[in-house]
Design a protein around this ligand. Structure first.
Ligand code: ATP
Ligand code: MG
Length: 381
């Protein structure tokens, strides 16, 4: 008999997890997502939905009673509530791991205690702490919300003394940390998996290009030397060693001018920079996550073909119903998330540009240039 899978969050990540789950009916018989938005992306591909806020205690209890195994696509769930429903369903990654990761201060403290390099950081309890911190870090530096940040929305870059007050007030009573700015040469990431028996596998290092703090493009593999790749993968494995819990972890890193790797942050879930795996690898990160939490042997993570993932984002100057972009062609894989409304910079879909015939990254980048205009989201008539 297959298991009933509960997912907290039914956005695009929940959607692609649901699609992967549907391909293993003998292991997973039903998928239920908890999401506040009616007709969320995951429900459109066959997940049942409980409509409630991600932190709604009664809804989480209901989900746990209906599920055999629970996972999540967002890290903002209430780890204490999740801990309390562990008697009803197995939860992966574990609430203990979630608790550390979902708080950027606890996460960075944990990593540095385990000798994993992170940017210098301090806990902030008052505006004077910010002033003090900036004296040693200099400008710019980043003031960050400890919790519930995504797409850079929990970050404020302080460029000068004049901006301190504005930055501090921007966060209105949230718990904060201050972080030294890293003048990185590249952002890279590793998608890593651990199954419930402790087997660990990592996907190859990829290169991430952000625009306005949001991931825009992932290049798989990263255009770095084999020494850098080795270094990043070694650190990723070390992180997986010290961090408990089963599932996929997205490990975001900075590559410094001196070719050192510093960890930016870890997401305890499938990650946007792993979407290339839908076509580049034998096992997508979504299938791998399910294999990990079900305790199955992990699948092959080898990169079979060069791939570029390009996010389709809502236009800055438009909110409303939009025309679904039409992009077809050999090696082009468009994935839209079924969101009815476009909002500025909202993630509406992505396209994978895949080197089916062994094309190099440079060739794929040229191909991306020729289709970029088709990814622009325009209002529907
Ligand atoms: P996500 O975009 O992954 O949802 P988030 O909102 O939690 O993440 P971060 O990952 O902390 O935000 O930061 C977003 C981006 O801001 C990073 O990818 C990086 O480009 C930039 N950034 C964050 N911290 C630093 C730093 N210490 N130095 C330089 N740039 C930074
Ligand atoms: Mg990030």
């Amino acid at each position: 008999m297959g298991k009933i899978l509960g997912i907290i969050g039914g956005g695009q990540l929940g959607m692609m997890l649901t699609e992967a789950a549907k391909k293993m009916p003998e292991r997973i018989s039903k998928i239920i997502v908890l999401d506040p938005n009616d007709d969320c992306p995951a429900s459109q591909v066959g997940a049942e939905q409980i409509i409630a806020d991600f932190k709604d205690k009664d809804a989480i209890i209901e989900l746990s009673k209906k599920s055999d195994i629970i996972t999540y696509e967002i890290e903002s769930g209430d780890s204490d509530i999740l801990k309390s429903v562990e008697k009803n369903a197995q939860i992966n990654p574990s609430p203990e791991t979630l608790k550390i990761i979902q708080d950027k201060f606890l996460q960075k403290s944990f990593l540095s205690e385990n000798n994993i390099p992170v940017p210098d950081f301090i806990k902030i309890d008052s505006i004077d702490d910010v002033r003090e911190g900036l004296k040693s870090y200099g400008y710019p530096a980043l003031l960050k919300a400890r919790r519930d940040a995504y797409d850079g929305r929990g970050n404020y870059k302080i460029n000068s003394e004049e901006e301190i007050k504005k930055a501090y007030e921007y966060f209105k009573g949230q718990k904060l940390l201050l972080e030294k700015f890293v003048p990185f040469k590249m952002e890279v990431s590793v998608i890593a998996a651990r199954n419930t028996h402790g087997q660990i596998k990592t996907y190859p290092l990829v290169e991430n290009i952000h625009e306005r703090n949001i991931l825009r493009e992932t290049i798989a593999p990263a255009r770095v030397t084999s020494e850098v790749t080795k270094k990043a993968e070694t650190i990723a494995e070390k992180i997986m060693d010290v961090l408990k819990g089963a599932g996929i972890f997205g490990i975001e890193m900075f590559l410094t001018q001196e070719n050192e790797i510093i960890i930016n942050e870890i997401a305890p879930r499938v990650h946007n920079s792993g979407h290339h795996s839908l076509q580049s690898s034998e096992t997508s990160q979504f299938e791998q996550h399910l294999r990990a939490i079900l305790g199955l042997e992990l699948g092959n993570t080898k990169l079979l073909r060069n791939t570029i993932m390009y996010n389709i984002l809502g236009n800055l100057d438009f909110s409303g119903e939009y025309k679904t972009p039409q992009i077809t062609g050999e090696g082009l894989f468009l994935k839209m998330y079924g969101k009815k409304i476009s909002k500025p910079l909202r993630k509406l879909g992505h396209i994978n540009i895949v080197g089916l015939n062994g094309e190099s990254i440079d060739v794929l980048l040229e191909k991306l240039k020729t289709i970029k205009h088709k990814t622009i989201v325009i209002p529907s008539d």
